[in-house]
Design a protein around this ligand. Structure first.
Ligand code: IVH
Length: 669
């Protein structure tokens, strides 16, 4: 008897059950601690038995760090959309139409929530999750299986019985309000753009290339349609109940409705009650319950004739515009903000709403003191969508975008082709200076613990820091002088500053606030160039050869490093010991693309150094050897390859691969 195998299987089964209780039923029967202990035990056992590895084991829910692009997969059944209406009368028309088509038969409908997330199609074979694909263009979508596996409420292995050997289940991936708000709070802290609504956050998260990151975001999923041959029941409702018994999260809100009255009551109830749900919804869906009737009703080119979506009205309130303020951000962009008489909207009091830019102000033709319509809809940041002109005072003046920086008075400039107005005084304008330092210390940048907006403010006001490099000469005395419990705070901050010297170059590059260089851009640039010195020496054309670097980014980088002040900051960061070049970690395998290959390196290279190539070969499963022999599989040949090596490789018929080809081989183009 294979005891370890039995133990592994039992633990997997138990942990799957606990996951289901926790994430689907919201009714855990064990403590988090106990769960973690069992998971660790399983991890340890699995480590001893690679032969029993299973990509669907509960230990695999955390996702790996390996980034992959998405493969395109064709849907077996196209993913259609739903006919929409905002009117109850049109839902009634739909019910009448359906009844007319299915004469002499009862017509039961199923009412359900229209979840506001991003749709997903899952394929199961023999009870195991095989693939997860996004809607894409309806015909084919992205293979996001690795990311979907990290969603704890999605069963990797089905429970119970009675599932067809192969089937597809469709549903909506959502980010519950709580997780959405947490994510946006973190993004705000890190000066990253906020997600406008949980739908964008869910689809953005699902498309992240790093499953590990996805696993931390708190996605969830509700399922609402089963497809395939040999489904267990002839009705949608029963099939969904069966799906629930197999472990899927199927909303309890799903109800059978037998008359127009039932339908109207359902609408009236959920129009209000949906606000209490933990996830965003944008309407209700009514489906014909009987599958045979569905089949008879069929499809139009775009949507099923057996279903209709009733969409909720976006909530709107009318309130008075008190005044428009103009705020300067880290990048100098000036944002107009409408300050309003407080008004209740979707359960929260709204006092401010974004007016976005000068073009929007003009198109709204907004005047001082106007009564304005504020909407939230699916958006979390309220916006002004209109003005009630009838209530406008004759003497009211039109709101004009400021011509000068509200903070430092410098005339604003407009970048060609863009709506934004910017204050160009990057180094004299206080909110920009503070904004850059706040950005620099943020979690995804230098992650300096303990310094937030307020402290940056205090340190700047005292004149202790004027730029990010000044942080590295802060003294404990300076920090202590600011706060009551200064001793402890100073220790924490100085430790954080010290630790930031270990932050990898790609994050340092992002932390520098080079206009247009965001987190992903900084990563790609850092990986492509390897060091700040090389980046500074590159021409605009060379910069544009980097993936995703267009003329704007290239110009912005050139301008940034043409400024003496930035060069001084870089030099001071260098002196402080901040990492200004990439290190390739040599402890983690990245792939097995070079598995078993014996590779000789010769010559000089552009993208990475020879040492970095050595590390890369190992990380992709290959072996770097010093001299060419019959056993060598290939030579990575750079510029000025030694003539002896060249001759030897040729005489032994060993392929010589150039740098670009090699990078392609390891998946880095
Ligand atoms: S049924 C052929 N049911 O709404 C069946 N869709 O506008 C089509 N959605 O792409 C889908 N909740 O992403 C259905 N309870 C629900 C839904 C739902 C949300 C989404 C789904 C679909 C879109 C259609």
């Amino acid at each position: 008897m294979d005891i370890i195998k039995n133990k592994i299987e039992a633990l997997r089964k138990l942990l799957n059950e606990y996951n289901h209780q926790y994430y689907v039923l919201n009714a855990p029967t064990v403590s988090d601690q106990e769960f973690d202990m069992l998971l660790k035990e399983l991890e340890a056992l699995e480590a001893t038995r690679p032969d029993l590895a299973d990509p669907l084991s509960p230990t695999q829910r955390v996702g790996s760090d390996i980034s992959k692009g998405f493969k395109q997969i064709k849907h077996i059944y196209p993913m259609l959309s739903l006919a929409n209406t905002y009117s109850v009368a049109e839902v009634d028309d739909f019910v009448q139409r359906v009844k007319k088509e299915i004469i002499n038969e009862d017509c039961t409908l199923v009412g359900e929530m229209k979840f506001d997330g991003t749709s997903i199609s899952l394929i199961y074979e023999n009870g195991r999750l095989i693939r997860a694909v996004t809607r894409g263009d309806g015909e084919q979508g992205d293979d996001v299986t690795a990311n979907v596996k990290t969603i704890r409420s999605i069963p990797l292995q089905l429970q119970g019985d009675g599932w067809p050997e192969r089937f597809e289940i469709r549903g909506e991936i959502v980010l519950p309000w709580e997780a959405f708000e947490k994510l946006n709070a973190e993004r705000e802290f890190n000066s990253e753009p906020l997600f406008a609504n949980p739908r964008n956050a869910a689809s953005g998260t699902l498309k992240l290339l790093n499953p590990k990151e996805v696993s931390h975001r708190g996605l969830d999923a509700f399922f609402y349609y089963l497809l395939g041959e040999n489904l267990p029941y002839d009705t949608h409702f029963e099939n969904m109940q069966a799906a629930r018994s197999w472990g899927f999260k199927v909303s309890e809100v799903m109800t059978r409705l037998r008359s127009i009255d039932d339908v109207e009551q359902y609408i009236n109830h959920w129009d209000i009650a949906r606000k209490e749900l933990p996830v965003a919804t944008d309407g209700l869906v009514f489906k014909v319950d009987n599958l045979r009737q569905q089949l008879n009703l069929g499809y139009t080119a775009k949507s099923p004739r057996w279903a209709i979506a009733y969409k909720f009205q976006a909530e709107r309130a009318l309130t008075k515009l008190k005044y428009v303020s103009f705020e300067v951000g880290r990048t100098g962009v000036v944002t107009p903000v409408a300050n309003l008489e407080p008004v209740l909207l979707s359960g929260t009091i709204v006092k401010r709403a974004s007016l976005h830019n000068a073009d929007i102000i003009r198109s709204l033709d907004i005047h001082q003191g106007d009564m304005v319509y504020v909407e939230k809809g699916g958006e979390i940041i309220p916006k002004i969508t209109g003005v009630d002109i009838a209530q406008r005072d004759d003497t009211a003046e039109r709101v004009e975008f400021v011509t000068h920086c509200p903070s430092c008075g410098t005339p604003l400039v407009r970048i060609e082709g863009e709506a934004a107005r910017i204050c160009p005084d990057k180094y004299g304008c206080v909110p920009q200076i503070k904004g850059r330092i706040e950005h620099f210390v943020g979690r995804r940048m230098m992650n300096i613990d303990g310094i937030g907006e307020e402290m940056v403010n205090d340190l700047c006001e005292r004149g202790y820091i004027k730029d990010c490099a000044d942080l590295y000469s802060l003294t404990a005395e300076q920090i202590k002088s600011l706060y009551l419990k200064g001793e402890k705070i100073a220790e924490k901050i100085l430790n954080g500053i010290e630790a930031s010297k270990e932050v990898p170059f790609e994050r340092v590059l992002f932390a520098l606030s080079i206009p247009y260089v965001g987190e992903t851009g900084a990563k790609k640039i850092a990986r492509a160039v390897g060091s700040i010195d090389r980046l500074m020496a590159m021409s605009q054309e060379e910069l544009m050869a980097i993936e995703d670097v267009g003329p704007n980014i290239a110009r912005s980088i050139k301008e940034f490093f043409a400024d003496e002040r930035n060069l001084t900051i870089v030099e001071r960061l260098r002196l402080a010991g901040v990492k200004l070049e990439s290190e390739i970690a040599d402890d983690q395998p990245m792939s097995n693309r070079l598995q078993g290959k014996s590779i000789v390196i010769s010559g000089t290279f552009n993208r990475y150094s020879r040492d970095q190539y050595k590390a890369l070969i190992e990380q992709h499963g290959g072996k770097n050897v010093g001299s060419i022999s019959k056993k060598t599989d290939m030579v990575l040949g750079g510029e000025n390859m030694g003539p002896a090596k060249l001759e030897k490789a040729n005489s032994l018929n060993i392929p010589i691969i150039d740098e670009a080809t090699f990078l392609k081989m390891i998946g880095e183009e």
